[in-house]
Design a protein around this ligand. Sequence first.
Ligand code: COA
Length: 330
Amino acid sequence: MSGRVAVVRGLGGALPEKVVTNEYLSSIMDTSDEWIRRRTGIGERRHSDDSENTSVLATTAAVRALESAGIELGSASSTAVGLLIVATSTPDKVCPATAPKVAANLGLNGIAAFDVSAVCSGFVYALATASWAIGSGAVDSALVIGADTFTRLLDPTDRSTAVIFGDGAGAAYLTAGTRDEPGAILASTLHSDGDGEALIQVPHQGAFFEMQGKEVFTQAVSAMSDSVETVLANVGWAASDVDSLVAHQANLRILNTVASVTGIPESKAEVHLDRVGNTSAASIPLAMTDAGTKGHRSAGDKVILTAFGGGTTWGAVAMTWPEISVVDPH
Ligand code: COA
């Protein structure tokens, strides 16, 4: 096996200004703070306005990830990024992709830039793809951004989705390094099953987002648990070795069940959804950014990322915690 791997050198997040509380949602639809907290663990979420579309949030998160790696925008950044991937299912436009726009916003015109559409699994898909590109030697560095503004696609009267989703973006900056460096991406596994496409979908242009919540819950637990076990086996870690489980922030009950099925203590599961809800492709990098700003992670900690999303798609990544400082996006 080649000794060259991708290593995370920076993390950054971005959130819209507007906070939407459970109390507010209870005033416009038949729900309650008590129900939302008990069934999902969510306390509030952010809604983007017209000035905070996906590329804007993605650009801010990317700038913060570069700064977290000690790179200021400008001449240094133009040679520091070889590839830019935006994981999003809510691009600014139906076409073209959002990634070239984000690259241009960052002064990175000319680099390879493309979107990955895997809904809530998007960041794990994009991170694994970037790690393959760096590991192969095709590029030396990458920005991987998860950014979504799903609240624009929600039926504002549908209490089964409106209480869950929020908007945001998170980004990781990676360069080539070795497996023993803090931040190294050590293993990944990605999967899909298009027979489940109707579980999470926007069926056509102009339609609202639809989700079959109960079935998604069951499949998410089993798919994420299987993926976690696959990457644990690949890197030779026991569940008890894991310092941090960063599972897609869909529902607190899903996070806790994945922990219990895989044998990882619940206390190791990062919880960020209480403040931002389900931010789709942004949820994992935002949860990592949050863990970094809380200061309860140390360089070299053993970290498992896992997600399940529309497609259906799912996967996991095993990595170590990078040696970085992170800015709080809240
Ligand atoms: N407030 C109050 N009551 C609500 C409600 C809300 N926001 N949403 C649903 N309910 C009601 C339902 O109408 C139902 O009432 P009934 O029993 O009278 O029919 C009851 O609560 C139970 O609904 P159900 O859909 O079975 O709730 P649930 O416990 O499965 O929770 C989700 C619903 C959506 C929170 C849950 O299924 C979930 O989190 N699924 C996974 C979602 C997810 O992870 N999505 C992203 C994956 S990428």
